[in-house]
Design a protein around this ligand. Structure first.
Ligand code: GUN
Length: 292
C-alpha cells in the first residue's frame, strides 16, 4: 500500500516555487503578491487563511490579509474586491468562504477579476476549465491532480467515482478526471446525497475521491481490493483530550480501508497541505501571466 504523502509533496512544490521566486528576485523582477479577504471570525476559516499567509512568507511571496467584521455588508465587500481588482501590485486574491448570510456568495465570486481569481471560482474560469482552456484550476482539485501525477497513479480508462458535488471540489473534480491527458481519461461517476445504492457504485471504482465531510463514511466493504482512495474530508471532531480541543478526521475509515487498497491519502497530511501549495502555484502562474 502506498501512502500518498501530501505533506511531503506539498513541501517539494513549495521548494520549487521558492526557487522560481528566487529567480525572479535575481532578475530584479516583482515577486508574486497574494491577497486574502476574510469576513467574520469563524475559527476554521481564520486558521486556513493564516496558513495561506504563512505559506506565502515561506516561499517569498508578498501577502496582504484583509479582515472585515461579521457585520460587513455586500456593498462594502464588493468595494474591497474592486480595489484589489484595480491594484496592479496584487497578482491574485481570494475571498475566504463561507461568507456571512447577508452576503450573496455567487455575486461576490462574480465580482473577482477572472485574471486574479487564483481560487478558480469565477464562472469564466470554471467554464475555461471545462473547455480545456488555460485557467486557474481550483486549488483542492488541482492538488489532487498533482498528487496523482507525482505518484504516477494510472487514471486512463479507470473508473473514477467522485463522492460529493460541491462547487469547490466534487463538481470540478468530476470534470477534470474525464478530460483528455494525464491525469484524466477516466470514466467518471459523480455521486451525491440523492444517489441510490452508493455501495454498488463505489465497490466498482478503481479510484474513489471522497469530498463529503462525513467522518468515517467510506467503509472497507464499499471499496474494492487495490482501489486508489483520495480522502478530501476535513472534519473537526471536538475532543477535550486533544491539544487544540478537537482532532481532524476524513471521510474514510482509514484503519480498515487502508488494509485492502493500493494507495490512499491520510487525513491530516494528504489533500489538505496540497491545497495551499496549489494556491501558491496559481498565484505564481498569475504573476507570470501578468508579466506578458
Ligand atoms: N473555504 C473552503 N475551501 C476554500 C477555498 O479553497 N478557497 C476559499 N476562498 N475558501 C474556502
Amino acid at each position: 500500500m502506498i501512502l500518498l504523502d501530501g505533506k511531503k509533496t506539498s513541501n517539494d512544490i513549495k521548494n520549487e516555487i521558492t526557487a522560481a521566486v528566487q529567480e525572479m528576485k535575481d532578475k530584479g523582477e516583482k515577486v508574486p503578491h497574494l491577497a486574502a479577504i476574510i469576513v467574520g471570525n469563524d475559527g476554521a476559516s481564520l486558521t486556513y487563511v493564516g496558513s495561506k499567509v504563512r505559506a506565502c512568507e515561506r516561499v517569498g511571496f508578498e501577502s496582504t490579509l484583509i479582515k472585515m467584521p461579521n457585520t460587513t455588508s455586500e456593498t462594502e465587500l464588493l468595494k474591497e474586491i474592486k480595489k484589489l481588482n484595480q491594484n496592479p501590485e496584487i497578482d491574485g486574491f481570494i475571498v475566504q468562504l463561507p461568507l456571512p448570510k447577508q452576503i450573496d456568495t455567487q455575486k461576490v465570486l462574480m465580482a473577482v477579476d477572472p485574471d486574479k481569481d487564483v481560487d478558480g471560482f469565477h464562472p469564466t474560469n470554471f467554464g475555461r476549465m471545462a473547455l480545456d482552456m488555460s485557467t486557474f484550476i481550483p486549488a483542492t482539485p488541482f492538488g489532487i491532480l498533482e498528487l496523482l501525477e507525482r505518484y504516477n497513479i494510472e487514471t486512463k480508462g479507470k473508473h473514477t467515482v467522485v463522492i460529493g458535488r460541491s462547487h469547490i471540489v466534487g463538481r470540478p473534480m468530476s470534470i477534470l478526471m474525464g478530460r483528455k491527458g494525464f491525469p484524466g481519461n477516466s470514466t467518471v461517476t459523480l455521486t451525491h446525497s440523492q444517489t441510490k445504492n452508493i455501495t454498488q457504485i463505489t465497490s466498482q471504482a478503481d479510484i474513489i475521491i471522497s469530498a463529503l465531510g462525513v467522518p468515517g463514511f467510506l467503509k472497507a466493504e464499499m471499496v474494492k481490493d487495490d482501489a486508489v482512495i483520495i480522502d478530501v474530508g476535513i472534519t473537526r471532531v471536538p475532543d477535550e483530550s486533544a491539544a487544540k480541543g478537537y482532532y481532524i478526521t476524513g471521510d474514510v475509515d482509514f484503519e480498515n480501508v487502508s488494509k485492502k487498497v493500493s494507495a490512499i491519502t491520510p487525513v491530516p497530511g494528504g489533500v489538505g497541505p496540497m491545497t495551499i501549495a496549489m494556491l501558491l502555484k496559481n498565484t505564481l502562474l498569475a504573476r507570470e501571466r501578468h508579466r506578458v
